[in-house]
Design a protein around this ligand. Structure first.
Ligand code: RP5
Length: 184
């Protein structure tokens, strides 16, 4: 049986001490978690990326969680699939906000991952995004950081306006293609 491979190379990211950690249970999750890394890099927020398994390296995972706040991390994005215990176990080991990304595996299309991550017991919250919703997990992390970072808040506002303009261009494009619809 082939063991999981090391993560494919990622760029170095923004310089400086990492503010957000992107953790995943296996390098096989990287394809799903990569958009989170790209969003953080796009906004120039320093990040680190780790493979930490709640089941295969539980001691490493707990050590990471216990040390995270002291190392200057502000938010943890954690993705896992199947019996996806990583986000919840990290949330148990730190008071940092943890954003969980349910990773869809072949068998149950991510429903198992979603339920494993979203059904946390009272007192140990994990903010759960959509199945494979890594980009939104990073955006949520950025929104958390932006509550105390005006530059980042402004960048997120620009991003929000870009989304708005894109949707309006799509709307105008439909008109251009002769689509009919309701009153505009
Ligand atoms: C989970 O098991 C990981 O998060 C991954 O989604 C899943 C399968 O891992 P591999 O067997 O592909 O390493 O812990």
């Amino acid at each position: 049986m082939t063991p999981p491979e090391a993560p494919a190379a990622l760029g170095p990211g923004a310089p400086g001490p990492p503010l957000v950690a992107v953790a995943m249970g296996s390098s096989s999750d990287l394809a799903v978690l990569r958009p989170a890394v790209e969003v953080l890099d796009g906004f120039g927020v320093p990040r680190e990326v780790r493979v930490l398994s709640a089941h295969r390296t539980p001691d490493d995972m707990l050590a990471f969680g216990h040390a995270a706040a002291g190392r200057g991390l502000k938010v943890i994005v954690a993705g896992a699939g199947g019996a996806a215990h990583l986000p919840g176990m990290l949330a148990a080991a730190t008071t940092l906000p943890v954003v969980g990304v349910p990773v869809a595996l072949a068998s149950l299309s991510g429903l198992d991952s979603l339920l494993s991550i979203v059904q946390m017991p009272r007192g140990v919250p994990v903010a759960t995004v959509a199945v494979n919703g890594a980009a939104n997990a990073a955006l949520l992390a950025l929104r958390i950081l932006a509550t105390s970072d005006e530059r980042l808040a402004a960048a997120l506002e620009s991003y929000r306006m870009e989304l708005e303009q894109t949707a309006r261009r799509q709307d105008a494009g439909l008109l251009g293609e002769g689509a009919t619809g309701g009153a505009r």
